[in-house]
Write a protein that binds this ligand. Structure first.
Ligand SMILES: Nc1ncnc2c1ncn2[C@@H]1O[C@H](COP(=O)(O)OP(=O)(O)OP(=O)(O)O)[C@@H](O)[C@H]1O
Ligand SMILES: [Mg+2]
Length: 311
């Protein structure tokens, strides 16, 4: 079943393919993400997950097809899309607050505004600092505003990187294995942060506001994918036309957890097994659409993702 055409999407990928020489990597990828969704993307190593993210980010033009964010075609890197990588990319000589506000300052003030309109410049800087503090609060780092990256743990640095991405108010943020380098406790902490973001999205939708956090996250952890996301996508070439490249072979909703729920992975053992088989098992070659049922399930479930429970 196709997604409904009249709906507003934060992200649309249409008929996207990528080949390098005679190596077919991605074949006819179609994906629509609603504002406020947290979507996990899983797939075997080398199947093309990062390649897809680069096309969405606009740093790499696909061989064919189109990406749109908020209805606007992506022609290159732009403010609608942010990204957080596994290895944090903070400036060591700036504090957490300065790191978070850096992008805004670069974007909204110049040397000329500082020179010719100093009052306006100072007011803007104050606003940037206020917003940076607000975002550091959102990611649970309000007490670390003045800390330098060297004084923070890996988990704290990743939180700063997440705040850095969201302060630019992108329509979608891409996370490429964001927690892969963290130990288990920090990883759990950041997963909770995503669950809180999702709850904020639900509240925003209930109140008729645009949800702030739309996320497409690559992860190797199947438990993590099902736990933090409301939808899981599997990219793989283990399907009947695999020689043409990897395709989306799994696209299904998954249970929504609130931060207060017990971290009980036994609740989704069945779905994890289905996901493992459909996406990672090279002996299980199937029709590529067999598990691509998100839109069909969504319409029969609730008609609207915003009907989900708010804790
Ligand atoms: N610029 C490039 N030129 C040629 N081949 C490339 C290029 N970029 C990626 N590839 C190939 O495309 C395929 C997909 O790579 P990609 O990095 O997207 O995989 P991935 O799913 O992100 O893997 P991992 O899980 O290991 O991060 C690989 O075979 C890789 O060698
Ligand atoms: Mg990758």
């Amino acid at each position: 079943m196709k997604p409904p055409p009249a709906v507003h999407y934060a992200l649309e990928v249409q008929s996207l393919s990528q080949t390098y020489g005679n190596h077919a990597v991605l074949d006819n990828i179609n994906l629509q993400v609603l504002p406020g969704q947290i979507v996990a993307l899983v797939g075997p190593s080398g199947c093309g997950k990062s390649t897809l993210l680069k096309a969405i980010l606009g740093t790499h033009k696909p061989t064919s097809g189109e990406v749109r964010t908020d209805g606007i075609p992506v022609r290159g890197p732009n403010r609608n899309v942010g990204i957080v990588y596994q290895q944090y990319s903070l400036y060591d000589f700036l504090t957490a607050e300065q790191n978070v506000s850096f992008g805004l300052k670069l974007d909204e003030t110049t040397f000329l505004t500082r020179f010719f309109t100093p009052r306006k410049y100072i007011a803007k800087r104050r606003e940037h600092n206020r917003r940076a503090k607000e975002f550091l609060y959102q990611v649970g780092l309000e007490s670390a505003c003045g800390k330098y990256p060297g004084e923070m743990s890996g988990g704290m640095r990743q939180r700063v990187a997440v705040a850095q991405a969201f302060i630019m108010r992108p329509k979608v943020v891409l996370l490429d294995e964001p927690f892969g380098a963290l130990d288990e406790a920090m990883r759990e902490d950041l997963q909770m942060m995503l669950l809180r973001f999702y709850q904020e999205n639900l509240i925003a939708k209930r109140e008729g506001r645009m949800p702030q956090y739309t996320i497409l996250m690559v992860t190797h952890e199947l438990n993590e994918a099902i736990y933090v996301a409301d939808r899981v996508i599997g990219l793989s070439r283990f399907h009947t036309q695999g020689e043409k490249g990897a395709a989306i072979v799994y696209d299904r909703p998954c249970p929504v957890f609130s931060p207060d729920d017990p971290r009980d992975f036994s609740k989704f053992v069945e779905q994890r097994e289905e996901l493992r088989k459909a996406v990672f098992d090279d002996t299980y070659i199937k029709d590529r659409d067999k598990y691509v049922t998100f839109w069909k399930e969504l319409s029969s479930l609730a008609k609207d993702v915003s009907n989900q429970r708010v804790s």
